[in-house]
Design a protein around this ligand. Structure first.
Ligand SMILES: C[S@@+](CC[C@H](N)C(=O)[O-])C[C@H]1O[C@@H](n2cnc3c(N)ncnc32)[C@H](O)[C@@H]1O
Ligand code: SF4
Length: 421
């Protein structure tokens, strides 16, 4: 069970955009990123509430006929055509696509040729920028040397593996299926194919000791990757893990333990030359940060293709922005596009003050910080207190920007609350 979609106004059936979304005269081109959701996994991990479906679930719903994998690239191509039509109609044709990110689910459940076909469709429609970043997420046991080489030959530049932990009992609690030894092997194959590699980790799993976490961090460092994302385990409602916690079979994650593990991650990764650039992300410099995700935090434009994907087009004529999201189920998604309708289930307009609020909430997460000029009077008045509490960097504040200290990264919600008044 993945979480419900937000509520919002129903979009027109053909997905037409409001006229206010036209760019104001003289507005420069905005960065345009593409997120492409692939809602398939081989099995569902016990902690995960992402919008993803196993083949067994989809087959059962379709009376055993088809899980829909084989037509997925074709269905997405219909949404790409709809995107091109509706963007053209309001004068927002992207100059080119700067970044592409295939996420899931597990995109590599599909044949590499299908992933390449989806990127080809984007290239044929808008063109990819020179040096575009093209990433796919992957489960370590869903790739082979051949599939990775095919992705690289088809224009992918980066792969992000869900490693989570190097410790067997932690992987077992997370109900992960991959063998930890598979991770260094998959990393080596990806490198040989010429791909940049990122690893995803989860910390604070019940039963994980600080020594276990250190072992996972050491394993990451030994892989010599140039990018790491580390997330505190969240027990999401509706997951098998939430049931286990409710029944007292496993304890809920402990926030102090997670804070200690965050600090250890920052120490170990920092010592290995990976520097934080966003609260949960570390990268080797220069240039290994995930440009696609930085685009989200900076409020760029992006189109999210696929079931349940969210999209955002910033600042039309009067400073408003538009956000919308697609229907969640892959079959509903395919049916709507097949009938010539938009797959969007809802949309909402963001007033200029909401756009500014989002800029603060997202921008402060980045090491580059947030210009204090973007913060309202109440937020600016809170800066001195946040510096005194050790949550914002004093020197950066003196130079006019809000940059989180390490303690501030651990208490980012408090900082955001104070900066947004
Ligand atoms: C779509 S998955 C990555 C690719 C692939 N499906 C896999 O898991 O190997 C995205 C990432 O979200 C993180 N994630 C998912 N559910 C989470 C949760 N409840 N708490 C913390 N991190 C979570 C995991 O680190 C996972 O690697
Ligand atoms: S493989 Fe990844 S997306 Fe699929 S259920 Fe597990 S964490 Fe979620």
């Amino acid at each position: 069970m993945s979480p419900a979609l937000p509520e919002g106004a129903a979009p027109p059936p053909d997905g037409t955009f409001p006229d206010w979304l036209r760019p104001s005269t003289g507005a420069g081109p905005r960065g345009f990123g593409v997120y492409l959701h692939v809602p398939f996994c081989t099995v569902r991990c016990g902690y995960c509430d992402f919008n993803t479906y196993t083949a067994a679930e989809l087959l059962a719903e379709a009376g055993g006929r088809s899980a829909g994998h084989e037509r997925y690239a074709e269905t997405v191509a219909r949404e790409v055509d709809l995107a091109a039509r509706t963007l053209d109609a309001v004068g927002r044709t992207p100059r080119e696509v700067a970044t592409v990110f295939l996420g899931g689910g597990t995109p590599t459940v599909l044949p590499a040729g299908d992933l390449v076909a989806m990127v080809d469709r984007l290239r044929g429609t808008w063109g990819l920028a020179a040096g575009a970043e093209v990433t796919t997420e992957a489960n370590p046991d869903s790739v082979t040397p051949d599939s990775l080489a095919e992705l690289a030959a088809g224009g992918f530049t980066r792969v992000s593996f869900g490693m989570q932990s190097a410790v067997p009992h932690v992987l077992a609690t997370l109900e992960r299926t991959h063998d930890p030894d598979r991770v260094p092997q998959a990393v080596a194959w990806a490198r040989e194919a010429g791909l940049a590699v990122s690893l995803d980790l989860i910390y604070g799993t019940p039963g994980e000791s600080l020594a276990d976490w250190r072992r996972s961090l050491d394993a990451v460092v030994a892989c010599d990757v140039d990018h790491v994302s580390a997330y505190a385990l969240t027990v999401e409602q509706g997951t098998r893990m939430a049931v286990q916690v409710r029944r007292g079979l496993i304890p809920a994650p402990d926030l102090d333990d997670q804070a200690a593990k965050y600090e250890l991650a920052d120490d170990v990764l920092g010592a290995a030359g990976l520097r934080w650039y966003e609260i949960s992300n570390w990268a080797r410099e220069p240039g290994a940060a995930c440009r696609h995700n930085v685009g989200y935090w900076r409020g760029d434009d992006w189109w999210g293709f696929g079931p349940g994907a969210h999209s955002h087009l910033g600042e039309g004529r009067d400073g408003r922005a538009l956000r919308w999201w697609n229907v969640k189920h892959p079959r509903a998604y395919a049916d709507r596009l097949g009938a010539g309708l938009t797959p969007a289930a809802g949309r909402e307009e963001l007033a200029p003050q909401e756009v500014r609020l989002e800029r603060v909430m997202l921008g402060v997460r980045l090491r580059g910080g947030l210009p204090l000029a973007d913060v309202g009077p109440a937020g600016r008045a809170a800066v001195a207190g946040l510096v005194a509490d050790g949550l914002l960097d004093a020197r950066a504040a003196g130079a006019g920007s809000a940059v989180l200290t390490r303690r501030g990264r651990l208490l980012a919600d408090t900082v955001v609350r104070d900066l947004t008044g």
